[in-house]
Ligand binder design. Sequence first.
Ligand SMILES: [Ca+2]
Length: 344
Amino acid sequence: MCELTSAWGTGPHKRPLTTAEGWGMASLRSLPHSGPFLPPGLCQPGEYSADGFAPCQLCALGTFQPDVGRTSCLPCGGGLPTKHLGATSFQDCETRVQCSPGHFYNTTTHRCIRCPLGTYQPEFGKNNCVSCPGNTTTDFDGSTNITQCKNRKCGGELGDFTGYIESPNYPGNYPANSECTWTINPPPKRRILIVVPEIFLPIEDDCGDYLVMRKTSSANSVTTYETCQTYERPIAFTSRSKKLWIQFKSNEGNSARGFQVPYVTYDEDYQELIEDIVRDGRLYASENHQEILKDKKLIKALFDVLAHPQNYFKYTAQESREMFPRSFIRLLRSKVSRFLRPYK
Ligand SMILES: [Ca+2]
């Protein structure tokens, strides 16, 4: 269309240069073999001439040219100037108003417009906004930073034996106005154990963001866990109901990192043992033990034992010592062997 016209001129003798028309074969043969075919002497971006070849002139103020070998430059539109001669892109066009970050300059209306949802602009005086990457979007229009692009995906039905729930966009701050619902429905004769390693919900939010775990969606059903605050100390507990309905909700203001909460299901025959372990204050007492409950690899090993306590005896002494602090092994060993001895 018009871009082609300005590139190669309108005369019948002008054709795309790849045909080499008007070029001596000698000069063609002397061209380098690598890279795109570009004859020498072409005007560079930011330049133009009557035939697209040297001698070239710089694009005048108020115009720009991103391509090589062009016969004219493109106007910024709206009578806008460029910052300098020889501008190479639309971004070089000056805005008449210095729009603040989170806004772009509309060259037709000469106004600053808030960046639409799903875009952001960190700089002053720009005439465009940047799209959020991947499947992310912003909570509000007028965003100024890529960290405001968030993934909203969350919720669902969870696996039978083990898994985790996490707040949307974790470990980035969760989006505003999210509502996530998960369900854990263990196989017959199994119950749920949950570890909340840490959870970050803004305290200044009047409980506008919360995580709740109960038997069903009914507010009156048996509740196992509920919080709207930040806790950096880990806690492990068993579900008070056989299945769990879990919901996370956030309101419009104030966000935080949220949570990643693993769970495991265990044979209800071990209820007494599991309760004994998770209720033992020593599990949370030392920094070392707290680290276990915050370490994904160690949690997996611990869950492996809790889900199938017989596995405890499969871990060699060496393996256990390398993974867990001695005090933690002592705590588990006394409980597990006392509980399992009858089966040995
Ligand atoms: Ca909030």
